[in-house]
Design a protein around this ligand. Structure first.
Ligand code: CTP
Ligand code: MG
Length: 225
């Protein structure tokens, strides 16, 4: 059996505000998508890799990633992340028994996080997501900005990717999915599947805003230098 790794990179990056779709924006001379492959290639178990990119950039992704020496399939995504994940899942081969879904927008995720998620999916036989403690104090507010409550931080975890699932569990969740949700674990839970959290990593931060891109440039400079 092998691990299916679906890297979703088909978003436009509205909040980043560049003309180029986010995964194709460069950090220190390489696309975010290309950086994201560094940890994927370190996974010790056999993997089947699918990258999901904007339809117009499928060929560009193929040529850009060809030099990495890592076999992969590139397919076109959809208008929502959920549709993009589904496009990736649909091309996985029969030998895949565990699936990881990862955001290309988290290009510096350490390989240890991938390994931790894989191990926990195997030991629990259910969904596993990496999470980080919430650092800020979180308040619940109403529409006018009036503070209603202080949320108990110890009950919260900030969720990252890769999110891992037994293949059958994720496939069923996607087959029966109704609502459009932003993460795969929520779909699995809608069907009553259990999902547990393992330690994430600060390096798994998502590049969302121009400030995040600056942070990425600093990290990349350190990695290269
Ligand atoms: N994603 C995708 N297909 C979509 C939307 C998002 O594959 N239709 C991917 C993005 O490429 C990214 C990940 O899902 O790797 C997380 O999404 P997000 O950070 O929100 O990226 P964008 O949707 O591109 O950014 P924005 O929401 O600012 O437009
Ligand atoms: Mg988005």
């Amino acid at each position: 059996p092998s691990i299916g790794v679906v890297v979703v990179a088909a978003g436009s990056g509205t909040r980043l505000g560049r003309a180029t779709p986010k995964a194709f924006v460069e950090v220190a001379g390489r696309s975010i998508l290309s950086w994201a492959m560094d940890s994927v290639r370190g996974i010790s178990e056999p993997i089947e890799l699918v990258v999901v990119v904007p339809a117009a950039l499928v060929e560009a992704a193929r040529s850009q990633l060809a030099s990495l020496g890592l076999p992969f399939a590139a397919v076109a995504g959809g208008t929502t992340r959920q549709q993009s994940v589904q496009a990736g899942l649909s091309v996985l081969g029969d030998g895949v028994d565990v699936v990881l879904v990862h955001d290309a927008a988290r290009p510096f995720t350490p390989v240890e996080v991938f390994e931790r998620v894989i191990a926990a999916v195997r030991s629990t036989g259910s969904g596993v997501i990496p999470g980080q403690p919430v650092i800020d104090t979180i308040k619940g507010v109403d529409r006018s900005g009036l503070v209603l409550e202080t949320v108990d931080r110890s009950r919260l975890t900030a969720v990252q990717t890769p999110q891992g699932f037994p293949r059958a569990q994720l496939a069923e969740a996607y087959e029966r999915a109704v609502e459009d949700v932003t993460d795969d674990a929520a779909l699995v839970q809608q069907l009553g599947g259990s999902v547990s959290v393992v330690a994430g990593d600060p390096l798994s931060f998502k590049i969302t805003t121009p400030h995040d891109l600056e942070h990425a440039e600093e990290l990349a400079a350190r990695t290269a230098g």
